[in-house]
Unconditional design. Structure first.
Length: 328
């Protein structure tokens, strides 16, 4: 299976990107690490909003940030064990184990500890980040260099293994959401009605938090744990201004995310800045643009513009009334 993926990545996708680089005259598209970065970013832009739409509508936007910080602790655990015990554990594997365990813990706290969701998230977030900080300092800062790429993300460190993980997670998450879409939607919109319809609400809530953990861990290599949560929330918030249905919200959120990641990765290469930060800033710019376009009253804007010929909007409305017309 891995050989098939490597063939598709190098011989099919890589060759196609090389041809595109020659046709457009854009050299960066011909670099293997940039080809991997673009593919990884495209995958993140799909799975982030796909899962994030359910989170935002459940009012659990902070869950992604919480799991990102606990994934940081998972990375620290892996690097600490490697340094202290001379092991060769993958930090992404330990991060995934810790993040999935934390996701299930959060659901247990909300269900059984009578704690409000934001309180539970705050407790787990701070505890996870504190654990990561302690483990870093426990080795006299020796693993701090290794953890920087996970904190802030990096284009140059996106390996074939990272891209393979992202593609596999994208297929897995996309399949699970497609198969369980209807019960997930019922649980998200009205959990009480879902219980009345004999849907296992607890099961699907846990499925959603586990999927969130998988998205966070899969995306941290390019986005960084500090910023990865933004791709589950910001594009969904952008789509909320114009979407007319839940499915439309998912689709528009993915489109907004794709524009943000492609712009962000390109800017990161051109200006030598952090990929995660440029992607999030691009997503925020899309959000602000849609907000202005959908919320600003065009008549109010026209009143601010100087008019050299013809009556102003206000005078036109007054003239209409004087002629016996009606104002809208």
């Amino acid at each position: 299976m891995w050989r098939l993926f490597e063939w598709l990545l190098v011989d099919v996708y890589g060759t196609g990107m090389n041809l595109l680089s020659e046709l457009l005259g854009v050299r960066m598209l011909g670099y293997p690490y940039m080809q991997r970065a673009y593919l990884a970013a495209v995958c993140i832009a799909v799975i982030g909003p796909l899962v994030g739409t359910f989170l935002v509508h459940r009012e659990l936007s902070m869950l992604a940030d919480t799991l990102a910080h606990t994934a940081f602790a998972g990375v620290a655990v892996g690097l600490f064990l490697n340094a202290a015990l001379s092991l060769s554990l993958s930090p992404l594997l330990t991060a995934m184990i810790v993040a999935v365990g934390t996701a299930l813990l959060v659901e247990l706290l909300i269900d059984y500890a009578d704690a409000y969701s934001d309180t539970s998230l705050a407790i787990v977030l701070t505890t996870g980040f504190a654990l990561g900080s302690v483990l870093i300092t426990a080795t006299d800062g020796g693993i701090a260099v290794g953890i920087d790429a996970y904190l802030f993300g990096s284009l140059s460190t996106v390996s074939k293994d990272n891209v393979g993980l992202l593609v596999a997670m994208s297929l897995l998450i996309g399949t699970l959401v497609t198969v369980a879409y209807r019960p997930l939607l019922y649980v998200t919109v009205d959990a009480t009605a879902a219980r009345a319809a004999r849907i296992n609400v607890r099961l699907y809530k846990r499925l959603m938090v586990v999927l969130t953990a998988l998205v966070v861990v899969s995306a941290m290599q390019i986005m960084g744990v500090i910023l990865v949560a933004a791709m589950l929330v910001v594009p969904v918030a952008t789509a909320g201004f114009v979407a007319q249905s839940f499915k439309q919200s998912i689709l528009l959120a993915i489109l907004a995310a794709e524009f943000a990641v492609l712009s962000g990765v390109t800017l990161a290469y051109v200006y030598g800045i952090a990929a995660g930060g440029s992607i999030v800033l691009s997503a925020a710019a899309v959000y602000a643009t849609v907000l202005v376009v959908t919320k600003v009253d065009i008549r109010w804007v026209l009143r601010l513009l100087p008019t050299r010929s013809g009556p102003s909007v206000e005078h036109a409305e007054q003239g209409l009334e004087a002629d016996g017309g009606e104002r809208e």
